[in-house]
Design a protein around this ligand. Structure first.
Ligand code: HEC
Ligand code: HEC
Length: 345
C-alpha cells in the first residue's frame, strides 16, 4: 500500500520542482550588455588569448556564457561574480587605467593565477577549459615581469653593487663606498630589494608611484596565504617616486622620493608589534626619526589598523579590495585633518 502511494507522489513532486524551476526564470535578470570601449593594447597575443579564454566571461563586457550559466538559480551567482569582477578589473575598459595601474594589475593577475585563485575555483570546476596550464602561467609571469621598470631612478647606494657591475669593482674600495644608512631602530638600508619580487604597485596617493617588493619569505607567505601572523624574516620594501609624464602621455616613475621597509621579527620588534619599520629619504637616503620611537609614534598607528585583516600591510597580500581600502583610509585621514597624514609619503 505504502509503496503505491509513493509511486503516485513522485510525479507530483517532480512536477512541482519543474514548475518552481520555470518560475525562477522570471526572476532572472540578465547581465546588462555594455560596449567594449577600451580594449587592451600593447599586450602580446599569446597573453590576450589566455585572458580571453579564461577571464573574459567575468572581467570584460564580452561574455560567452553557457546555457547553464544563464539558468536561474546558477545565473544569480554567476551574475553577481561578473558584476563584482567588472568592477575590480575590466579588460574591455582597460584604457580607464593609467599606465602604472595597468602594470600593477598585471602583477595582481600573475599573483592570482599562480595561487590558483583565478579563474574563481567555482567557475574553473564547471568550465574545465578555463584552467591555466603551467606554461600559460609562465607566459603571464614573463609578461608581468617584463613590465617592471628598470630601477635606474633608485639612488646610488642601490646601483653600486660590485657583484653586478664588475667594471666598477676597482673604484669601490671601502673608503669610497658610501656608508649604508641606518634607521634609529637599527634597521639598515637594504639594497637587496632590487632582487626581490615586485608584488604590487599603487598610484593612488599624491601623484606618486609606489612599487612594492617582497623577499622570498614574504612571497612564499603570500602564495600559501600564511600571514596570520607573517613568518619571521618576511620583508617588504616600498619605493616611492614622483610621477613623470612622457611626451606620449605615458606615466612613468620620475624623481625618487623615499624607500620604506617593514621587516617581520616577533622577538626583535616587540615595541611595534613584531614589525620593524624604516624609512630613507631622498637621494641621500636620510633615515627618518631622531630616536627609535619614530616607528611607535608614526608608522605603527596606521598599519595597526590592518592587524586583523592582512597582518599590518596595505598592499600585501594583493588584496582584491586594496584600492577601496586605501581610498577609504585616505578619506578619513584627510577629514580628520590627521596630523600624521603627511607622513604617509
Ligand atoms: C567567474 C568569474 C571570474 C572569472 C572567470 C575570473 N575572475 Fe577574477 N575576479 C572575480 C571576482 C568576483 C573578483 C573580485 C573578488 C572580490 O571582490 O573578492 C575577481 C578579482 C580579480 C582580481 C583582483 C583585481 C583587483 O585589482 O582588485 C584579479 C587580478 C583577477 N580577478 C584576475 C583574474 C584572471 C587573471 C582571470 C582569468 C585567468 C580571472 N580573474 C577570472 C571573478 C572572476
Ligand atoms: C598615515 C598613515 C601611515 C603611516 C603613518 C605610515 N604608513 Fe606605511 N602605508 C600607509 C598606506 C595607506 C600604505 C599603502 C599605500 C601605499 O602603497 O603607499 C602604506 C604602505 C606601506 C608599505 C608597503 C607595504 C604595505 O603595507 O602595503 C611600507 C613598507 C610602509 N608603508 C612602511 C611605513 C613606514 C616605515 C612608516 C613610518 C615611517 C609608515 N609606513 C607610516 C599608511 C601609512
Amino acid at each position: 500500500m505504502k509503496h503505491v502511494k509513493q509511486i503516485r507522489l513522485l510525479p507530483i513532486v517532480l512536477l512541482c520542482i519543474l514548475v518552481g524551476f520555470i518560475a525562477l526564470q522570471f526572476f532572472n535578470a540578465p547581465i546588462e550588455q555594455r560596449p567594449v570601449t577600451g580594449p587592451m593594447k600593447n599586450v602580446p597575443k599569446e597573453v590576450t588569448r589566455i585572458l580571453e579564454r579564461s577571464c573574459y566571461d567575468c572581467h570584460s563586457n564580452a561574455q560567452h556564457l553557457t546555457f547553464l550559466d544563464k539558468l536561474a538559480p546558477i545565473s544569480w551567482i554567476v551574475n553577481k561574480d561578473i558584476r563584482r569582477a567588472q568592477e575590480v578589473m575590466n579588460f574591455s575598459e582597460w584604457d580607464k587605467l593609467s599606465d602604472a595601474e595597468q602594470k600593477g594589475k598585471f602583477y595582481a593577475i600573475f599573483n592570482m593565477v599562480r595561487a590558483e585563485r583565478m579563474p574563481l575555483p567555482s567557475y574553473a570546476m564547471t568550465h574545465p577549459g578555463a584552467k591555466l596550464s603551467a606554461n600559460e602561467i609562465e607566459t603571464i609571469k614573463q609578461f608581468a615581469l617584463s613590465l617592471s621598470e628598470k630601477d635606474s631612478f633608485i639612488p646610488a647606494h642601490t646601483t653600486i653593487s660590485p657583484m653586478e657591475t664588475g667594471r666598477n669593482v676597482e673604484t669601490l674600495t671601502t673608503s669610497t663606498q658610501p656608508e649604508v644608512p641606518v634607521s634609529p631602530n637599527g634597521i639598515s638600508y637594504n639594497a637587496d630589494f632590487k632582487n626581490w619580487k615586485v608584488i604590487g604597485m599603487s598610484t593612488l596617493i599624491d601623484n606618486s608611484i609606489r612599487v612594492i617588493y617582497g623577499n622570498d619569505i614574504a612571497v612564499k607567505a603570500i602564495q600559501e596565504e600564511n600571514f596570520h601572523p607573517w613568518p619571521n624574516g618576511s620583508a617588504v620594501a616600498k619605493a616611492v617616486f614622483k610621477q613623470a609624464k612622457k611626451a606620449n602621455g605615458e606615466i612613468v616613475p620620475g624623481d625618487f622620493v623615499n624607500m620604506q621597509y617593514m621587516v617581520k621579527d616577533g622577538k626583535e620588534y616587540t615595541e611595534t608589534e613584531g614589525w620593524g619599520f624604516a624609512k630613507f629619504n631622498g637621494q641621500e637616503l636620510k633615515p627618518t626619526g631622531k630616536t627609535a620611537l619614530f616607528a611607535q609614534q608614526s608608522c605603527i598607528s596606521c598599519h595597526r589598523q590592518l592587524a586583523e585583516s592582512t597582518g599590518y600591510l596595505f598592499n600585501v597580500p594583493p588584496k582584491v579590495n586594496s584600492r577601496k581600502l586605501i581610498e577609504q583610509y585616505l578619506k578619513t585621514a584627510q577629514n580628520e585633518k590627521n596630523p600624521i597624514y603627511t607622513s604617509i609619503q
